[in-house]
Ligand binder design. Sequence first.
Ligand code: F6R
Length: 242
Amino acid sequence: MKIIIAKDYNDMSQKAAQQIMSQVTFKEDSILGLATGSSPLGTYKKLIEFYQAGLIDFSKATSFNLDEYLGVPPDNPQSYRFFMEDNLLNHINIPKERTFVPNGMATDVQKECDSYEEQIKSYGGVDLQLLGIGHNGHVGFNEPSTYFTPPTHQITLKEETIRANARFFNSIEEVPTQAVTMGIQTIMSARKVLLVASGKEKAGTIQKTLQGKIDPQVPASILQLHPDCTFILDPEAASLLK
Ligand code: F6R
């Protein structure tokens, strides 16, 4: 476990983007695991800058996103597919047919989960998984639970996650309550994990995740056991580390 304390959000984003650039430079057909939310937005902006400056070529890369809301079509601006295209995928040269996000409109959700997991495996697994972290310690949409979750599955979002995500919707009632997410098992299978977190409201969660006991009530705490995991934090998110 490596912890990097960046100067601020911008520096955190720069450092995360550099790690992704290094991954894609040394393995051009890298399989990237991607996240949505505010934490990786700066990283995506930097990646677009690096791409526009000719520093990085995504033409042989593939991406798999962590999660998607159920019942939200891909052309809806609230969908994670839309978020990814808007904030990264449409601005770099990754082939669209190799960008995967779970299908939130699947009628057979279990089948969608199984085939998403199979697809990841068929590409040889994720080389580098980028993560944010929820206030309750979730990664992907793996909410606090009594056990660490299996591969890609359907999940009911916790009240606190719905409240936190309401900022992206007109009202809390519009926030979907169901999602499909890669499981903890999927995330732990990535060869490299990079987690970005900023802001003092994440400080308690970061402290528990990194220095607390490994506990499915803090799902990200399992990352303590990952053989190649880096946390890039701004000083506020790191402020409660002992
Ligand atoms: C998003 C995701 C979530 C977010 C987490 C933090 O794909 O998987 O785990 O990373 O909810 O969200 P932000 O970064 O908005 O605080």
